[in-house]
Design a protein around this ligand. Structure first.
Ligand SMILES: Cc1cc2nc3c(=O)[nH]c(=O)nc-3n(C[C@H](O)[C@H](O)[C@H](O)COP(=O)(O)O)c2cc1C
Length: 155
């Protein structure tokens, strides 16, 4: 299967998870492209005028996995800006993951997944998997492994 992993990652954590997920999916025989949304300068939570530089295309993938950090208990504005400009996800199945620092799903994890799910559904996608990676020292590796295992088990 031809799979796209599209992430925004300010400090590299989300990209690292995407990269490990790509490796696991490739081991299963899939063709995987990992693409990173980039922006001009810095985007602070609440910014309205985020300028995208690298704008990954969604065409051509049979399945897409979107990843983003949680910022200010919400979807990072860079990823929000990117997702909102995607022309269509009509008929596609997508999966989602977020990385975050604080423990508990209610410190932005669930809300961010909900925000991403809404945009994807509004663009015509059906959402299959949703995962949260907690980047604090204790549970990081455990939650990365769970995220990768659950998302890759769909393929
Ligand atoms: C501006 C900003 C706001 C953040 N807000 C939250 C938050 O509300 N909840 C949380 O758990 N982590 C929060 N974090 C931590 C990031 O979500 C976490 O470090 C994430 O793994 C970073 O991913 P990245 O390296 O891909 O950018 C915030 C980080 C930044 C820079």
């Amino acid at each position: 299967m031809n799979i796209g992993i599209i992430v925004y990652s300010k400090t590299g954590n989300t990209f690292e998870v995407g990269s490990r997920l790509k490796g696991v999916l490739e081991q299963k025989g899939h063709s995987v492209n990992l693409d990173r949304v980039t922006i001009e300068g810095e985007a602070k939570p609440g910014d309205k005028d985020v300028k995208l530089i690298n704008i990954p295309l969604v065409d051509g993938y049979e399945r897409i996995i979107f990843g983003t950090p949680v910022q200010a208990f919400s979807l990072a504005v860079a990823m929000e800006t990117y997702l909102k400009q995607v022309p269509t996800l009509g008929g596609k199945e997508v999966s989602l993951f977020v990385t975050k620092h604080l423990p508990f799903v209610w410190t932005g994890g669930k809300r961010t997944l909900g925000q991403m799910e809404k945009v994807c559904k509004d663009k015509g996608a059906s959402v299959r998997g949703k995962e949260i990676v907690f980047w604090n020292e204790k549970s990081r590796e455990e939650t990365i492994k769970k995220c990768i295992a659950n998302l890759s088990s769909q393929f």
